[in-house]
Ligand binder design. Sequence first.
Ligand code: IMP
Ligand code: MG
Length: 189
Amino acid sequence: MGTFDIDKDLESLVLSAEQIAEKVAEAADWLDKKFAFTHDTPLAVCVLKGSVFFFCDVVRAMKTPVQVDFMSVTSYGNSSESSGELEIIMDLTASVAGRSVILIEDIVDSGNTLSKIKDMILKRGARSFTVVTLLDKPSRRKLPIKADLSCCEVGDEFIVGYGLDYAQKYRDLPYIGILKREIYEKNSR
Ligand code: IMP
Ligand code: MG
């Protein structure tokens, strides 16, 4: 097998589809161990749209039964910096009160989105809050928050694919890569 051609807008590959599958299995296994002795059915929460593929893959790979729910928030708009305020575009339909909540995230960057969602879910009375993220950019953190499990650390680069977008593009790529700087720099000029 030779190398395959990645999308022409990408500078390099971060995780191939095969490597993503390994991370999915690791995350599912970690969650199964963590929730092995939990009496309630955990609620797995997906924040649309970036996390959707990782979320679906992880909950299906888990042996522990979970319920699923979705929410949508704004963090980036069309710029590449997270704004301070979190706006809920679509809220969860389930009540989280008294429940074990598992947030399955695509990426933690400044930490703003994660910390706001965590505060919100705990304020609504969740019994516990566990966060698993596929990607993590620790060097970009503005708030002192960490995922309970982060599967892959990346540097200060703009990442797309497998759910992650730039201006709504590239989400459908089955792998993850670094977007060429010229693609996002020409749009911010
Ligand atoms: P934070 O609030 O700065 O931690 O940003 C979290 C959200 O910003 C993520 O859930 C993504 O939707 C988005 N984001 C952060 N970094 C990237 C990236 O490199 N590529 C695509 N989206 C990103
Ligand atoms: Mg996200």
